[in-house]
Design a binder for this molecule. Sequence first.
Ligand code: ADP
Ligand code: ZN
Length: 617
Amino acid sequence: MSWMTEALPQNPAMAHAREVLQHTFGYTEFRSSQERIISHLIDGGDALVLMPTGGGKSLCYQIPAIVREGTGVVISPLIALMQDQVNSLLQYGVRAAYLNSSLNPEEATLVERQLVQGELDLLYIAPERLLTPRTLDLLRQSRIALFAIDEAHCVSQWGHDFRPEYIQLSQLHERFPQTPRIALTATADTPTRSEITQRLNLQQAVEFIASFDRPNIRYQITENDGNARERLLRFIREEHPGDSGIVYCLSRKRVEETAAWLRSREIEALPYHAGMDNQSRQSHQRRFRQEEGIVIVATIAFGMGIDKPDVRFVAHLNLPKSIEAYYQETGRAGRDGKAADAWMVYGLQDVITLRQMQTTSEADENHKRIERHKLDAMLAFCEITTCRRQALLAYFDDHLEQPCGNCDVCLQPPQTWDATVAAQMALSCVHRTGQRFGVNYLVEVLLGKESGRITGFGHHRISTYGIGRDLTAAEWRSVYRQLIAHGLLSVDLEGYGGLHLTQASRPVLRGETPLMLRKTRKMKPKRRAKQMGTGEVSDANQALWQALRTLRLELAQSQGVPAYVVFHDATLMEMAERRPRDRQQLAMITGVGDHKLERYGDAFLRVLRNIPDEGQE
Ligand code: ADP
Ligand code: ZN
């Protein structure tokens, strides 16, 4: 990394940038590396920005686009995302528009004219549209401040967000060599990073790599003891009543079932997966974005382009395929920096299903090997007995000095037990039954169950029959899950879930290596003193907070935009706590820029003046 570390000289352009930050967006300070990135871009340099979700990437190109002469052209892969961004910008009084297939020809022509006449600060455009002869022609007639390539990891062929059109974006450099380019992504791993540099021709770009820590997200992972759904329900009811959240499941069927079940328990849950018809999918996504308190139950088809800032929890009912996927999916929680939960239950069946999906997939051997390693890393991450955040960051070559205090391991350190003998029994049972049976059967043999199947195979006569009665079936399943996670057993290739021994199991089986395993445990997270989603507002200000939210919803609905586009939760919370009395005081609240002050100031001040503070009599 070669960015400047000395203090930045106070040049006029940066003074302008600061003014835009404060007056247009209503923020007091730049965050972490924003200032350096903005300065670099204003000076005409190229940049590659790696910043976690919620880190504040948008301002990195929006402010230079406003400060530099001409229009900033933003390449963005999803139409819904463009609309949200443009809506938000218009609320701040920034001249923004988009060009994509949702516009009719007249609307598109109007935007094109605005571009050529220099009437836009920002133009969002879909990648496939950007490189058409027509658009290129328009761009050449216009003054372009910069190109911003959002979600730049879409150029990576290994990632699951691959967009072939992104490959073409390397042409930008050849066609517009003088225009600065900034590529941004929240996907951190080194191979993806170098792929972006290479494919987008960004060898000259300065890399800005922010810390990937998301301190406001609480990570919690526990084993599935067979009633994951009930636990999810309890989690939502106790920790997140009325909050927006995302629940991820592996299959479409599970998505449908879970959503219906939650609805039958009075949770406002909507399904989302690629097999649904387009209309209901879009309507569910729209409701999630625009309303408050919707829980979306989805396959991983849902997610990219969701920049809703107030998602309070992401729950996984299945294991993600890799740590990258886990980080990305959980990262959709708490973009606004307020407390949020990443909650997951996983079980033996997940491990078996994912392993089988990998083995039977069409991918080539090399690809399969990489996927296998990624899943192994994910499993190991689930089973660790040290701080999860430290492990997560270490995986991305990032570093956290102290245990975080905000993950399940830190909050409730797991207990381990000496499982050497149990592991020997479990492994030996696999061996004695011929390495072809699944976990359920093996557990029955260990427990000495009487069944026709066992007698049929003659397994009631083997030495491991009935030797495991000191542990329960659930405990044995946990032992097997951990043995698989630790690579001491592997799942068969034919897809029946049969287990066999690996090389690594030999020393354990022979009693040469002791083995410590996690004790099974019910997930009972220590309750937060108060959930911060709404709890950051003190009791005395609850009535005011609700009134501010109601006003926000009315203002948003009358314009057909999501509530957070009017003001974020963080802004309303600050209003409720600080109770500004006039325009001047209101302007001091984070997120209240000049334009919004003009537009909404009086309406909010009326509410602020009318609701008494219940704490002071
Ligand atoms: P990303 O695209 O990196 O996920 P966003 O650009 O959407 O993140 O920003 C996340 C949130 O942080 C938004 O609500 C944004 O308004 C807010 N934000 C960004 N920069 C600042 C800042 N300097 N001060 C206060 N809030 C900021
Ligand atoms: Zn921790």
